[in-house]
Design a protein around this ligand. Structure first.
Ligand SMILES: Nc1ncnc2c1ncn2[C@@H]1O[C@H](COP(=O)(O)OP(=O)(O)OP(=O)(O)O)[C@@H](O)[C@H]1O
Ligand SMILES: [Mg+2]
Length: 450
């Protein structure tokens, strides 16, 4: 069988169309796997979590995927097929079986709510302890029961003690009550179920779902940016995901159903050419800067034998209009939020479509805020192939996975049902894993990136 992998991280690159002689062994407990199920590709990535909390990436495998529309699974079989190919290829590269993984989730159906809940009574004689903070507010646990929706993350933002807001570490403070401010991200159960079914159909158990743009933020933003207040914009193939970070925590989540697909589709529709020809023309020539007239490209016309000669400047004009429209939609999203000053935050732009030449500069002009491109980079030995914004989510999912408590025994990782009582428990269990988005030793090990 030949598996079309786009990339596989060195030095464990394998030629996947050779006869398979590699024996696949059971993975060590320190191995973590993340799967980014995107609208254009599935990327699975494996790493080893070291004792000092740092992560060593072993290999990755990306294969095209046609099973999603606007970030949501529309064809379970096609999605499962792409995941299976990607995971098989990854297994051959690393020599270990992939039994379970963290899986990225996005889509236009994602919603969020910032909540403030009481956490009481305080156990330790009026002094707030770490054990107090380990509990979840009762009201928050109850609120996850909304019919038809599932909790993806309950991300703890800050605490309020005795009327003082914005406290990040209240341990040791004197009070009998404390309020917890939480960013809750939810998705439609039907969508989460389809994604989980596709992954399981590919033979992999889902340990947890990870919001993709939050993962991208982990991979491409500096801890200082996440603390100061920065917006991550991930322009993928089917969606543009927007996540606001403040004080090191996620405070805003939004998904726009616009991505690279629309840029390509504009070209295809305008010149009555195939999507594939339009995509190739976009990748080869498009820019949001308008070049001089006189350079042309040939596009096949649907239903005709004669190619059309098109000015590249015209293609750039189309792409520029779409980019301006996207910037406008992002501004509306940010303005709509009740987060003070969010639309003035610096933007870090990532995702495959951020490779479009000129788009960061166009966003900077259009939104009147600082914009930089975000590429996963970092510690020594970080694979060159992954230094591309299209891998931001996959790398971030792996980083998130490395931060979570994974089974340390030799026992196989439990499936969703075994572990947490069915699919509804799949993400609800993550409430317990309230995230601290300024990770500990892991990011310390990667100082100096970006
Ligand atoms: N140089 C480039 N210029 C313009 N667009 C590009 C370039 N390189 C990649 N793209 C676009 O990036 C998109 C794919 O990005 P990415 O891999 O981040 O998407 P995805 O994760 O599969 O989708 P999504 O996150 O929306 O579900 C494609 O639409 C592709 O055309
Ligand atoms: Mg993506």
């Amino acid at each position: 069988m030949t598996v079309q992998t786009e990339t596989t991280t060195r030095p464990l690159t394998t030629t996947v169309d050779k006869p398979k002689s590699i024996s696949i062994r059971r993975a060590p407990a320190e191995m973590v796997v993340g799967i980014d199920v995107g609208t254009t590709k599935v990327c699975s990535i494996a790493g080893i979590r070291k004792d000092d909390g740092s992560l060593h990436i072993l290999a990755h495998s990306a294969v095209p995927c046609n099973g999603l529309s606007k970030g949501s699974v529309s064809d379970i079989d096609a999605t499962a097929d792409a995941i299976r190919k990607s995971v098989h290829s990854l297994q051959e590269a690393i020599g270990f079986k992939v039994e379970s993984a963290y899986v990225g989730v996005t889509g236009s159906d994602i919603a969020f709510e910032n909540r403030r809940d009481d956490l009481d009574p305080i156990s330790g004689h009026g002094v707030i302890t770490a054990e107090d903070l380990d509990r979840d507010p009762k009201a928050l646990a109850e609120s996850t029961d909304e019919p038809g929706r599932q909790l993806i993350h309950a991300l703890r933002m800050t605490y309020s003690v005795e009327g003082e807001d914005g406290i990040r570490n209240p341990i040791g403070m004197h009070s009998n009550t404390i309020e917890v401010n939480t960013h809750m991200v939810t998705a439609a159960t039907v969508f989460v179920d389809k994604l989980a079914t596709a992954v399981e159909q590919a033979g992999v158990s889902v340990i947890g779902m990870v919001l993709e743009p939050m993962a991208s933020g982990l991979a491409v933003m500096t801890p200082a940016e996440r603390i100061r207040g920065t917006v991550l914009v991930d322009i993928g193939g089917g969606t543009t995901d927007v996540v606001g970070f403040q004080q090191g925590r996620v405070c805003f989540t939004g998904v726009l159903p616009v991505g690279g697909f629309q840029f390509t589709n504009d070209i295809a529709v305008t010149y009555n050419t195939s999507y594939e020809a339009a995509e190739n023309a976009k990748l080869a020539h498009a820019s949001t800067d308008i070049p001089r007239f006189g350079q042309e490209v040939s596009l096949p016309v649907t239903g005709s034998d004669v190619d059309l000669r098109v000015e590249i400047a015209e293609i750039c004009q189309l792409v520029r209009e779409r980019a301006n429209e996207l910037a406008r939609l992002i501004k509306i999203k940010l303005d709509e939020s009740d987060i003070e000053g969010l639309s003035r935050y610096k933007i870090v732009l990532t995702g495959g479509s951020s490779n479009l030449p000129g788009i960061a500069e166009l966003f900077q002009r259009s939104l009147a805020v600082a914009v930089r491109r975000g590429v996963p980079v970092g510690y020594d030995g970080f694979p060159d192939e992954l230094r591309n914004p299209r891998y931001a989510s996959a790398v971030g999912i792996l980083q998130w996975a490395a931060e979570r408590e994974l089974p340390k025994t030799d026992a196989p990782a439990p499936s969703i049902g075994q572990k947490q009582g069915g699919r509804r428990g799949l993400v609800a269990g993550l409430v317990k894993q309230i995230s601290r988005l300024v990770p500990r030793a892991y990011f310390a090990a990667k100082k100096g990136r970006n």
